[in-house]
Design a protein around this ligand. Structure first.
Ligand SMILES: NC(=O)c1ccc[n+]([C@@H]2O[C@H](COP(=O)([O-])OP(=O)(O)OC[C@H]3O[C@@H](n4cnc5c(N)ncnc54)[C@H](OP(=O)(O)O)[C@@H]3O)[C@@H](O)[C@H]2O)c1
Length: 324
């Protein structure tokens, strides 16, 4: 099978596509013929050696795939050969075939295509867990989403809207804001051309209830200053490369909360909660409440371009790598 290979940590342009032996599913695992794999920010960090998890080299990146089950390991009874599934696989997803634990592979609804499925679970899973389980976002509340046209950001916009919140999108270009508005944001703030703190004060004088922050850096503090009484900051990630420091008096003054979100670890600690959230996402999709935006689908031999689009702030919505 063909697979993307990272021989040593370094620039994304050093990735190669090579012929590797097909993987074999062990006990409790399934072999999946991959049709689409979602590209996520951590994939690029991992290739550069900048992620908290540093796999032994060589390795094939790619943590989420959609495809067809083509073989079952010993003891697997929950899935059958030929079934369409979406799965987290840790590593190995940017390949024609991958092995995944059977309990991480979940069925895809009939009406969902592989590209949508391959880009859905991680970003929508993260945002649903953050908004629903951690911030306990309520209908009628106001939600500010930073990086609102990126993978997790656009998912948060759609889910916030679906949950009945008033969504304010913040992003670096007007094109990105237009996309966020098309997916449910009521208002937009371009933080390249306008000052986030004063725009928030103008648009929401009483402050927002929840800030969803996957960007970090210099944007976090003005966003926290824009929280209202009892507001919650969701700490999602630091795509801008800088982990912000916060004056804690900002939380004291509003009885606010800063809430860390680590979706991947949570899915392992609470598999039943994760399965329930994925089922909810599939239902929201079937009901037409979420419509994931696939900003680009790249074949396996253009995996470098796909990952670079995500890392270089070029991606709109979700980028996927296609195979088979
Ligand atoms: N906590 C969790 O469980 C969890 C789960 C998934 C992802 N994450 C994290 O969430 C973050 C976003 O992931 P993603 O897959 O949604 O990435 P993405 O699609 O690339 O979106 C990130 C957004 O960040 C903004 N950004 C600002 N400065 C940037 C820079 N220097 N480089 C790249 N982007 C920059 C961009 O929006 P603008 O151009 O509009 O500023 C971009 O759209 C990452 O840090 C990732 O590790 C966390």
């Amino acid at each position: 099978m063909k697979a993307v290979v990272c021989k040593e940590f370094g620039p994304i342009e050093n990735l190669t596509v090579e012929d590797l032996p097909d993987p074999t599913p062990g006990a409790g695992e399934v072999l999946i013929t991959v049709h689409a794999a979602g590209v996520n920010f951590p994939d690029g960090l991992m290739v550069r050696g900048e992620y908290q998890m540093k796999p032994p080299r060589p390795f094939t990146p790619g943590n989420e795939v959609a495809g067809v089950v083509t073989a079952l390991g010993d003891g697997v009874t929950s899935l059958s050969v030929g079934q369409r599934v979406v799965s987290l696989c840790g590593l190995g997803g940017f390949a024609e075939k991958v092995v995944a634990p059977a309990d991480r592979a979940l069925p895809i609804p009939d009406g969902m295509d592989f590209n949508t499925a391959g880009g859905l679970m991680l970003v929508y899973g993260t945002s649903l867990h953050a908004l629903q389980n951690k911030a306990k976002l309520k209908s009628g509340e106001t939600l500010l989403v930073l990086g609102a046209a990126g993978g997790v950001g656009l998912a948060a916009v759609e889910l916030g809207h679906a949950m009945g919140a008033r969504v304010i999108a913040a992003a670096s270009t007007d094109e990105k804001l237009a996309l966020a508005k098309a997916h449910g944001a009521e208002l937009g703030i371009n933080y390249t051309t306008a000052d986030l703190k004063s725009e928030l004060k103008r648009l929401v004088p009483l402050g927002v209830d929840v800030v969803y922050d996957p960007v970090g850096g210099a944007l976090t503090e003005p966003a926290v200053r824009g929280l209202g009484w009892g507001g919650r900051l969701l700490v999602i990630g630091f795509a801008n490369g800088e982990i912000p420091k916060l004056p804690l008096n900002l939380l004291l003054l509003k009885e606010g909360e800063a809430i860390g979100v680590f979706w991947g670890a949570w899915t392992q600690r609470d598999p039943a909660g994760h399965a329930a959230n994925v089922a909810r996402l599939m239902q929201l999709y079937t009901d037409g409440k979420i419509r994931p935006h696939i900003g680009g689908a790249f074949p396996l031999n253009q995996a470098k371009e796909a990952i670079e689009a995500v890392m270089n702030r070029k991606a709109l919505g979700k980028i996927v790598i296609t195979a088979n």
